[in-house]
Design a protein around this ligand. Structure first.
Ligand SMILES: NC(=O)c1ccc[n+]([C@@H]2O[C@H](COP(=O)([O-])OP(=O)(O)OC[C@H]3O[C@@H](n4cnc5c(N)ncnc54)[C@H](OP(=O)(O)O)[C@@H]3O)[C@@H](O)[C@H]2O)c1
Length: 202
């Protein structure tokens, strides 16, 4: 598949496993220069070996936890330093814990909100000005379903992450398939398939 991304740059968070890892591999295969982030450096190194074995350049590895205060700004700065500019941001770092009891400590709720929404927003806000300046950029948030089966703390945070910026933020919307090719895609798999018939996941 040619997604016409050759030579672009991307930061993929949550790239050590799961959806983020699959997206990183797919982007590398498309010729995108990558910076990949997660806490487990050994898994990122393994990903790097897989990518180079497939013939693509080694990605930049950023071993970091997104939860500490100021992490989003540090990660954005490190990615810009390594890649020059970040044209595509994939926010896949996240996760949900089993349903919380009603007396769950506040810390559980605030951790879920920070991981699944606040850092997603901050990282996006840190990188969006560069995309607007270049008049090209893509932000893909991997969110989740809207109908929880229990009191899952990630659900309201993911719903918040599905918020979209006003149209005035858009420097130059693509003529076709705006939603997918535009600035913000809330659920990559769903919208990519519905609107373009294309997906990162083959
Ligand atoms: N799979 C599903 O059914 C499903 C459903 C709804 C929503 N989602 C969402 O889709 C995204 C990807 O899901 P997945 O199934 O691929 O999850 P996964 O396999 O559990 O992978 C989560 C990724 O996020 C990273 N991560 C988690 N906490 C982090 C932190 N504090 N700092 C930095 N990185 C962190 C993990 O890396 P390290 O542990 O190495 O840091 C890992 O690479 C998540 O946002 C998830 O909430 C998935």
């Amino acid at each position: 598949m040619d997604l016409q991304l050759k030579g672009r740059t991307a930061l993929v968070t949550g790239a050590s496993m799961g959806i983020g890892r699959a997206i990183a591999r797919a982007l590398a295969a498309e010729g995108v220069k990558l910076s990949v982030l997660a806490r487990r450096g050994n898994l990122l190194e393994e990903l790097s070996r897989e990518i180079t074995a497939a013939g693509a350049p080694a990605p930049e590895l950023i071993v970091a936890d997104v939860l500490p205060e100021g992490a989003a700004e540090r990660i954005a700065a490190e990615s810009r330093k390594r890649l020059g500019t970040v044209e595509i941001l994939v926010n896949s770092a996240g996760g949900s814990q089993p349903a919380l009891p009603v007396d769950a400590p506040e810390s559980k709720w605030s951790e879920a909100m920070t991981l699944n929404f606040i850092r997603v927003r901050q990282l996006t806000h840190a990188l969006l000005p560069g995309m607007i300046e270049q008049r090209w950029g893509r932000v893909i948030n991997i969110s989740g379903k809207s109908e929880p089966e229990g009191l899952i703390a990630a659900t309201p945070a993911k719903a918040a992450a599905r918020w979209r910026p006003p149209v005035t933020w858009i420097a130059r919307p693509s003529p076709c398939c705006w939603w997918w090719r535009g600035w913000w895609c809330s659920t990559a798999t769903c919208h990519a398939k519905r609107k373009c018939g294309q997906s990162f996941f083959q």
